[in-house]
Design a protein around this ligand. Sequence first.
Ligand code: SF4
Length: 225
Amino acid sequence: MKRNQQNPLPPLDKVYDELFAAFGPQHWWPGRTRFEVMVGAILTQNTAWTNVELAIRRLRREHVLQPRKLHAVDTATLAEWIRPSGYFRLKAERLKSLTTALIRDFDGQLSRCFRLSDQALRAWLLDVKGIGPETADSIMLYAAGRTQFVVDAYTRRVLERHDWISSGATYDEIASLFMENLPRDVSLFNEYHALIVHLGKHFCRPCPRCESCPLRHRLPIRCRT
Ligand code: SF4
């Protein structure tokens, strides 16, 4: 990957330690079952988790958080149930694409789906309509317990602002940066992504709050005030 040279990549485990010391454990992913985590990963696309929680709560009340049960709900009804998550018609279709693929390929059984190798599982997820790399990797890490780093817009923003990646870095290049520079540890990847989300929400916002941010000392020198 082409990287700017002004600010060399620091040891990413040290960055993790600094974030963890500042924010503490984030207790992700707040799903009760692996299928609920998969559903949440689709519902959280382009929306805040607080909205997703309302939709998930409704699905729990309707007792449909199993692949075959969710699949049996007609798409219009499902869309109404998940309305609080935003883009609800599109997301209802995406959930149906997921359940269709699970039933077609694994008889609706997650245990069979999760027997796939890392590479095969990621390829299978990416083949489901409406599942892109971030959603696929969230499912890989948080539902299937695989050592796959999740990259989101916050990750890219933090890395770009510190000149640790170039603006043209691809999703897979950013994910590899973490995966090649950290021990392959599911709990580490789990917590690290959650900490970056906290960082992005509370400090590395569109208008950054660098003065009180725990990563302030890691900014390129020209950016420190
Ligand atoms: S120091 Fe500034 S740019 Fe760096 S992560 Fe914090 S808020 Fe973002």
